[in-house]
Design a protein around this ligand. Structure first.
Ligand SMILES: [Zn+2]
Length: 71
């Protein structure tokens, strides 16, 4: 995977990762997302590829909240 600068990484995390490509900053309309894959340590990973700049990356998600759906 291509090197991602610390500033680009920070910006990607602050925007929730779904707003744009972390490399060329194109919006999500130009990003192809893979399946959400649960991994053993409790994270969920999702690979992504930007159609504009061709770079690929992996977003890693963690559980931040839980809401009841049974009320
Ligand atoms: Zn891009």
């Amino acid at each position: 995977m291509a090197k991602l600068s610390n500033a680009a990484k920070q910006r990607h995390l602050e925007t929730g990762g779904q707003q744009c490509c972390p490399y060329c900053r194109r919006d999500a309309d130009h990003i192809e997302y893979g399946d959400l894959t649960p991994v053993e340590d409790g994270h969920i990973e999702q690979d992504a590829r930007c159609m504009r700049c061709g770079r690929r990356w992996r977003d890693i998600f963690t559980l931040t909240d839980v809401r009841s759906l049974s009320d």
